[in-house]
Write a protein that binds this ligand. Structure first.
Ligand SMILES: [Zn+2]
Length: 54
């Protein structure tokens, strides 16, 4: 699993956190696989259900 980074200046994709040609910070282009907030909300709902049964 490798992260793909994108340089805004030269509009190139790289595997480096620093663009090899511009020497500036690149931005991560990997989309989040899941939203932590969403996951947490699901978990809380489950907990609530269990509490209700009790
Ligand atoms: Zn660049």
């Amino acid at each position: 699993m490798s992260h793909i980074f994108y340089c805004k200046k030269c509009k190139n994709y790289t595997l480096e956190k620093i663009c090899p040609s511009c020497k500036i910070n690149t931005v991560s282009k990997n989309p989040p696989r899941f939203s932590p907030q969403d996951h947490y909300g699901k978990y809380r709902r489950k907990l609530k259900k269990i509490q209700k049964v009790d």
